[in-house]
Design a protein around this ligand. Structure first.
Ligand SMILES: Nc1ncnc2c1ncn2[C@@H]1O[C@H](COP(=O)(O)OP(=O)(O)OP(=O)(O)O)[C@@H](O)[C@H]1O
Length: 274
């Protein structure tokens, strides 16, 4: 059965939702990209976020991750109000996002890309550097070890010293995922992880998301247009349309819901139904 945001509390149990977005409004000039968008993401879920082009999904990610300040509304992470915090502070609280177009540092190796992810290193603090250089070295070594573990977990160790520019599109998506893991995230927002990824790597990406969810308890919110990926990976699936929450439910219920079909009206969903 599909639910509304207020009913969803029961679905997630008594626990506070990991992410709660309440009545977000975001304008770009005269265009209202988010129109009182409200939704909740349950702890430990792999939640899908779908909707037609322009529904406001990426804008919602940008507001949640601190890249845009909303005109109105609130964002809560694990019950704490994070609205308007800058991206690095939100990141430090365990909310990480990836981008539709990966943002790797092309002329650095894969390992260096991971080591760049900030973790509040003492080395970045001038006085700590002067007073305790040994601490800086220890932290760098620990950071490197963590990066190597992340690469091993994602089966990317063989690419550690490859320039990021030489990776395929799918490998860059895995690198994006790896970068989020450097921050020990609670919640990862993935923006179209399947776009431009070949079927083999897509399978790997999916398995890795499932393993991270199962073994590390990481919650995922995933924007995706590939309906096969959404249907096989995500539960629940939230649907947005015209800047607002439309409905949510298990993938099969969402797939059959008349409101969803109407929202996509002749778009890729109808095509996928074929
Ligand atoms: N930086 C921006 N400046 C102006 N308009 C923007 C900006 N970002 C998004 N928009 C507009 O806001 C609306 C919502 O866009 P958004 O990218 O959030 O939708 P989406 O659901 O992610 O779409 P898609 O599935 O195509 O990525 C669209 O009309 C878009 O053109």
């Amino acid at each position: 059965m599909a639910t509304t945001p207020s009913e969803m509390t029961d679905d997630v149990g008594e626990a506070t939702p990991l992410l709660e977005v309440s009545n977000l409004v975001m304008d770009f000039g005269g265009l209202r990209a988010l129109d009182a968008a409200t939704l909740k993401v349950g702890q430990g879920t792999i939640t899908g976020l779908i909707g037609p082009n322009g529904a406001g999904k990426t804008t919602l990610f940008n507001v949640v991750a601190g890249y845009h300040e909303p005109r109105a509304g609130r964002v809560y992470l694990d019950g704490e109000d994070i609205t308007g915090l800058p991206p690095h502070r939100i990141f430090a609280r365990g909310l990480c996002r990836t981008f539709q177009i990966p943002r790797e540092h092309a002329s650095m190796s894969v390992l260096e890309n991971l080591m760049l992810v900030p973790r509040g290193q003492a080395g970045e603090r001038f006085f700590a550097n002067l007073l305790r250089p040994g601490l800086v070295r220890e932290q760098e070594a620990a950071h490197r070890q963590h990066a190597e573990e992340v690469l091993a977990f994602l089966d990317l160790s063989h690419l550690a010293h490859e320039y990021a520019r030489n990776l395929s599109g799918g490998q860059k998506k895995l690198l994006e995922l790896a970068r989020t893991l450097m921050a020990d995230p609670k919640l990862v927002l993935l923006d179209e992880p399947g776009a431009g990824v070949n079927p083999t790597l897509m399978g790997r990406l999916k398995e890795n998301i499932e393993r991270l969810n199962r073994e590390r308890g990481i919650t995922f919110l995933i924007i995706e247009h590939d309906m096969d990926l959404v249907m096989s990976l995500c539960d629940p699936v939230i649907v947005m349309s015209e800047g607002r929450y439309l409905m949510e439910g298990p993938p099969e219920a969402v797939r059959r819901d008349a409101r969803v079909l109407e929202a996509y009206l002749g778009g890729q969903y109808a095509a996928a139904e074929g």
